[in-house]
Design a binder for this molecule. Structure first.
Ligand code: GLC
Ligand code: CA
Length: 568
């Protein structure tokens, strides 16, 4: 791909994701808020990112923390007001930070006025805004399971029919077949875009189209439900809807559209993100997050699978589409605990190693709040400390199915989304890590990770060797070296089970070699030719050990990572 093809600002951008509830609480009620974000914009600017992805801020009853929207055009009162939002946007623009809002349009809250109307009668004008179906033999229309446990259909007594919810019963799925639904959603999108935001992240956007008739799925490996995903992920009309959305909305603005597309593989990734097809600017996929077992049945990562994943995507999408690059977000446990090592001294090394591995790839890197200071998973002793609906649903289903509390907690410690949702650790200040401006008797909506006394922003900013400054440097490198954006990719020593090594190169003799030891062991790769090639390097771009004193570059220390520019 020539440089010109990757010429949009977002091809060169690095994004920072804010989960507002856990970012910074400006008014001391224990809940992060919009003014809290505005107050911390200098910090984000200091990191050097270009854009902010902001998780939902709309009015919501918060069964799924804002991903269940009750009013698309109102700010959640706990987060502030529309004036606060406008001020935040203004302050972002002043700092040249772009804003991408997160919009969930596959479903609304069951408290949205459309659904309240829809429930009332079969001939209500809003009835067809949602998926309603009569039962079969006194049971639900099919046995699809919902994404966070339980059935995907809920019976409603008023009209004696079932409604579809691919997530919780509090999140009924909108019926995109209905042109009025599409019209309403486009109106909402335009309303926000007219405010001057820079784009949208469309939540589970590949779920919009459902196969008519809701065919029965195959039985899931466990439990009583079937897998309906072949009939609601990447369904028959998904590309028609996105094309229409582009035509009616996106093309009229200078914006970026990120589509969250779980269960999407390479072939479909191109269909969604090819610039020729005018649908999404980039997608966000999950294949690499699914390599360490099922949601609640974690197993060890086989590095070769991860390498295989990145290699096929880097090559397969090159010049054809665009992907997001991420290890963390509000739905994933913290990478440093998940596949790295969060104990001293390895936390620092492994956090930097993951950053190195990701930030030299082709795509748009996303940093999730706290990742830049190496925040870790949390281990609450009491289940009552967990807030996430997926986690609490898992607990009740797993205990009914006979798992012991110990087994359940082990799965939660490894995979719960709350691992990523504990409040941002701003300082060592007791008792709430500087997360809330409130007095001592405030209780944050979710407890702070007790390791904040060691891991916090204040400490990171004081230490020039910190993870924070390492990220800052990676962001600068991406900005100054076009090869990171446009270069071709090739894997090196593909079969090695501990080292992930690849190069980015172009036809003008430029090359970057990136090497990461994913293990705690020293590892040696025997390749004299490559070693000599690297020794002729022009410069070391970055390295997570202070000095690279050894003559043998392929003699790796625990979690060692480096990137070098080589002249060929
Ligand atoms: C997306 C969001 C997640 C949410 C789900 C259902 O995957 O990222 O947080 O729970 O959609 O709305
Ligand atoms: Ca607050």
């Amino acid at each position: 791909m020539s440089k010109r093809q990757n010429n949009d600002w977002w091809h060169r951008a690095v994004a920072y994701q804010i989960y507002p509830r856990s970012f910074f609480d400006s008014n001391g009620d224990g809940i992060g808020d919009i003014n809290g974000i505005t107050m911390k914009l200098d910090y984000i600017q200091q990191l050097g990112v270009d854009m902010i992805w902001l998780s939902p801020i709309y009015d919501s009853p918060n069964y799924d923390n804002g991903y269940d929207i009750r009013d698309y055009l109102k700010i959640m009162p706990e987060f502030g007001t529309m004036e606060d939002f406008d001020l935040m946007l203004k302050e972002m623009k002043r700092r040249q930070l772009k804003l991408v809002l997160d919009l969930a349009v596959n479903h609304t809250s069951d408290e949205h006025p459309w659904f309240i109307e829809s429930k009332k009668s079969k001939d209500n004008p809003y009835r067809n805004f949602y998926h309603w179906a009569p039962g079969k033999d006194g049971k639900s229309p099919n046995k699809w399971g919902a994404c966070f446990g339980g059935p995907a259909w809920t019976y409603d007594i008023i009209t004696g029919e079932y409604y579809l919810h691919t997530f919780t019963p509090k999140q009924p799925d909108l019926n995109w077949e209905n042109p009025n639904v599409r019209k309403e959603i486009y109106r909402i999108m335009r309303w926000w875009l007219n405010k001057g935001i820079d784009g949208l992240r469309l939540n589970v956007v590949n779920f919009l189209s459902k196969t008519p008739g809701y065919p029965e799925g195959k039985p899931r490996a466990e439990g009583q439900y079937t897998d309906g995903s072949p009939y609601f992920k990447n369904g028959p009309r998904i590309h028609d809807y996105l094309e229409e959305m582009h035509e009616k909305v996106f093309q009229h603005y200078q914006i970026i559209i990120v589509g969250e597309c779980p269960g999407t593989h390479l072939k479909d990734a191109e269909l969604f993100s090819s610039p020729k097809r005018k649908q999404l600017s980039m997608i966000c996929t999950f294949e690499h997050m699914d390599l360490d077992g099922g949601k609640w049945t974690p197993k060890l990562l086989d590095l070769r699978c991860l390498k295989f994943h990145f290699t096929s995507w880097q090559k397969g999408l090159y010049g054809k589409g665009w992907n997001s690059l991420y290890w963390n977000n509000h739905d994933q446990p913290r990478i440093v605990s998940r596949w790295g090592n969060d104990t001293t001294p390895y936390r620092d090394l492994s956090a930097k190693m993951f950053a190195t591995c990701l930030h030299f790839l082709c795509g748009t890197p996303y940093i999730y709040q706290g990742e830049e200071i190496g925040m870790t998973n949390v281990r609450f002793t009491s289940l009552a400390d967990y807030r996430d609906i997926e986690t609490t649903n898992f607990h009740s289903e797993a205990s009914q199915s006979g798992l012991t509390l110990e087994q359940i907690m082990a799965a939660i410690y490894a995979k719960s989304r709350d691992n990523a949702r504990t409040p941002m650790q701003w300082s060592a200040q007791l008792p709430h890590a500087g997360f809330t401006n409130g007095v001592e008797n405030v209780t944050p909506w979710i407890s702070i990770n007790p390791n904040y006394t060691d891991i916090n922003v204040e400490q990171a900013l004081h230490d020039r060797q910190s993870i924070f400054y390492y990220y800052k440097k990676l962001i600068e490198l991406r900005r100054t070296i076009p090869l990171i954006i446009d270069g071709k990719y090739e894997i090196l020593h593909e079969e090695n089970t501990h080292i992930f090594m690849y190069k980015r190169y172009n036809d003008n003799g430029q090359e970057i070699i990136v090497a990461c030891n994913f293990s705690q062991q020293p590892i040696v790769i025997d390749d004299q030719k490559l070693n000599e090639h690297i020794a002729k390097r022009r410069r070391i771009l970055i390295s997570n050990y202070e000095e690279h004193l050894k003559s043998d570059w392929l003699d790796f220390r625990p979690y060692e990572a480096w990137a070098v520019e080589v002249e060929i």
